[in-house]
Design a protein around this ligand. Structure first.
Ligand SMILES: Cc1cc2nc3c(=O)[nH]c(=O)nc-3n(C[C@H](O)[C@H](O)[C@H](O)COP(=O)(O)O)c2cc1C
Length: 224
């Protein structure tokens, strides 16, 4: 195999192996690993090369607990809103087992989903400049770069938007970490050593995603 393809294979393996990991051992993330993760973020593309990202490393147990509580409460409110507007019932309409459905609704609205950030030995809070046009896209590119480096290092991470999604929670996150005006708290990446392997979550088949020349005309006629 040519060198190009072995590099492509290695890159694809990292991309395909990435999973959202929400349970970690207590093992700290080493400085060497953290440096590689941050460098991966720093190298991301950004509109007009604005590089509007800033990163706050959180390892302090008290701050972790507060971040986890913010994330948990925020996700509970978001899913409760989904439930009362019936979006959640729509999302789960394929699930026929009523008991399982009820358990899923209860779990999602419990205020516990996303509270797991408190258990990660390290979180990177990604902040973005407000006065830059492309900040949400730029910071997302940096986050994905970091998630891939986490995977390449055999660590596991989850992208957690929960404590930044709602404006009130985002204000609380900013206050907790001293994030100044002019910056927005974008998302948290919670990182550590996974406690167990995880299966890949399903993906939409490529022939349903890609169109030829115009919308709706499948590029791939059959599943590839
Ligand atoms: C923008 C964004 C925000 C996310 N926020 C959360 C979150 O707040 N809490 C959480 O548990 N997972 C969060 N996730 C993780 C997704 O749930 C996860 O990526 C998705 O279910 C697919 O699973 P996978 O990452 O294992 O492939 C987020 C992912 C993205 C891309």
């Amino acid at each position: 195999m040519s060198e190009t393809y072995s590099l492509a294979d290695a890159t694809m393996k990292v991309i395909q192996d990435r999973r959202s990991i929400r349970e970690w051992t207590e093992e700290p993330v080493s400085e060497q690993d953290l440096a590689l993760i941050l460098e991966a973020g720093r190298q991301a593309p950004s509109g007009e090369n604005a590089q509007p990202w800033r990163f706050i490393i959180v390892t302090n147990v008290e701050a972790r607990k507060k971040l986890g509580a913010l994330a948990g409460g925020a996700s509970g409110r978001r899913f409760t809103a989904e439930y009362v507007t019936h979006q959640m019932q729509e999302r789960f309409k394929g699930l026929e087992d009523e008991a399982k459905k009820k358990a899923a609704f209860e779990k999602l609205t419990s205020g516990q989903v996303s509270a797991f950030s408190a258990n990660a030995p390290l979180s990177i809070v990604v902040c973005g400049k407000k006065d830059v046009w492309d900040t949400p896209y730029d910071t997302s590119a940096a986050i994905e770069n970091m998630l891939l480096m986490v995977t390449a290092l055999d660590l596991g991470a989850c992208w957690v938007i929960a404590p930044c999604f709602d404006a009130r929670d985002e204000e609380r996150t900013k206050a907790l970490l001293g994030i100044p005006e002019g910056f927005k708290a974008i998302s948290v990446i919670s990182i550590g050593r996974p406690t167990r392997p995880h299966r890949q979550r399903p993906r939409i088949a490529i022939n349903q995603l890609v169109f030829s020349e115009k919308w709706g005309e499948p590029y791939y006629k059959e599943q590839v």
